[in-house]
Design a protein around this ligand. Structure first.
Ligand SMILES: [Zn+2]
Length: 408
């Protein structure tokens, strides 16, 4: 038995910390497991967190990441559930490919991996069966890594079909307008090829679909620009939720990070955009945060012009650090990393006093290549100092992670 005395535990109903003494079972297989009472007065307990947007790259791109390496990175920072995106190889857009990915995910027990299906031209007829197995949908309105963009006509047909079968699965939109991207192709810089207008116009389109299909759950992911926020301030409908990623808050085009490493879709914007994103996260206009963990190896990033960066392990510490800086409140951080993602993904209710992460908010975490558990082995956040070091993870009453050690 491990006893945590005087632990501050986040109470979801009260929206504040309450002091508690808790004890959890010791797993016999654990090495160096301390069978003692722990003075937990410096520690806090939070619900197990959720990352609604990751690319664990399996099947097809396992040299960048696989489900096991991604899952270990996620759990080590307090994430118990992730939603994996469909631009793997093969593309996840059929019952078979969804089941294939779920089977791969079953081989590890670090995280619960949910599977998003792409909406594509070829799966329209199969949607009623896909809806049984998919946990969410992803719509690429324009091309990005994996090239899954579909026509607006296909999107509208699919939405009509999903509404007719009363789907409760969230539909994620990568919102960048294909026409504006096409017209901006000749620019030499990545940022100019994907301007903020492309995101804003695409978001207006999603909002109009949300009005046309009021029973579906629309989710606009990785919002990057202040222009988009201006539109959303005026017309975020009830069936629309939003997220952004720490990378858009911490970095802008001018950040000290090699240009090729900075490349993501949508691109990093200006400082004013980052500030507006942070404010909107603080006020709740932006409901949630996610990592959009999209790893490539350092060699691939430096040799090719390729979009994406790792971030699943950085999501929790980078977000919690905003609390210590006085930028967001605890309540908003818990909503953004747990409450709203859980409800978006229709996660079953869990016993929170049997499932939690225990961390401290004072010891600094220095982000280094060594710290990174992703196969990418680099982080855009290198040299940053964060807080939120996780010491224990408790699943179903058992400690499954202690001080950097995963416990079988
Ligand atoms: Zn993504």
């Amino acid at each position: 038995m491990v006893i945590f005395s005087n632990l501050r535990v986040w109470d979801i109903e009260k929206r504040e910390f309450v002091h508690q003494d808790l004890d959890f079972q010791k797993d016999e297989s654990a090495i160096n497991f301390s069978n003692t009472e722990i003075d937990a007065s410096e520690l806090i307990a939070l619900p197990p967190l959720v990352d609604i947007h990751v690319h664990f790259r399996e099947p097809g791109y396992e040299h960048k990441e696989n489900i096991l390496s991604g899952a270990k990175a996620a759990l080590s920072s307090g994430i118990f559930t992730v939603l994996d995106m469909p631009n793997t190889n093969p593309i996840t857009d059929s019952v078979n490919t969804i089941l294939q990915k779920k089977e791969l995910a079953e081989k590890q027990h670090y995280v619960k991996l949910l599977v998003a299906s792409a909406l594509t031209e070829r799966n329209y007829n199969e949607l009623d069966e896909i809806n049984v197995h998919a946990d969410a949908y992803k719509v690429f309105m324009s091309e990005s890594f994996g090239n899954l963009s579909v026509s607006y006509e296909t999107i509208e047909n699919s939405l009509a079909k999903l509404e007719s079968i009363e789907s409760s699965k969230p539909i994620f939109f990568h919102a960048e307008d294909p026409k504006i991207l096409e017209n901006s192709k000749s620019y030499s810089s990545h940022n100019k090829r994907r301007p903020p207008e492309a995101e804003a116009i695409a978001i207006q389109q999603v909002l109009s679909w949300a009005l046309d299909f009021p029973k579906l759950k629309f989710h606009i992911t990785h919002i990057s620009s202040g222009l988009s926020l201006r539109i959303l301030e005026l017309s975020k409908h009830e069936n629309v939720t939003l997220d952004t990623c720490p990378r858009y808050i911490y970095f802008d085009q001018t950040s000290e990070l090699e240009d090729k490493l900075k490349q993501v879709n949508p691109p990093l914007r200006n400082r004013i955009d980052s500030d507006l994103l942070l404010k909107s996260l603080a006020t709740g206009l932006i409901d949630m945060v996610c990592s959009d963990h999209s790893p490539h190896t350092l060699e691939e990033k430096l040799e090719k012009s390729i979009s994406g960066m790792p971030g699943v392990q950085e999501l929790v510490p980078s977000t919690l650090s905003l609390i210590n800086k006085g930028e967001i409140e605890w309540d908003r951080a818990i909503e953004a990393l747990y409450t709203f993602p859980s409800s978006l993904l229709n996660l079953p209710k869990i016993e929170l006093n049997q499932n939690m992460i225990i961390l401290n908010m004072s010891d600094p975490i220095e982000i280094t290549k060594n710290w990174v558990k992703s196969k990418a082995k680099w982080s855009p956040f290198e040299k940053q100092l964060f807080v939120g070091q996780m010491f224990y993870a408790v699943k179903e009453g058992k400690i499954v992670f202690e001080n950097e050690n995963y416990i079988n």
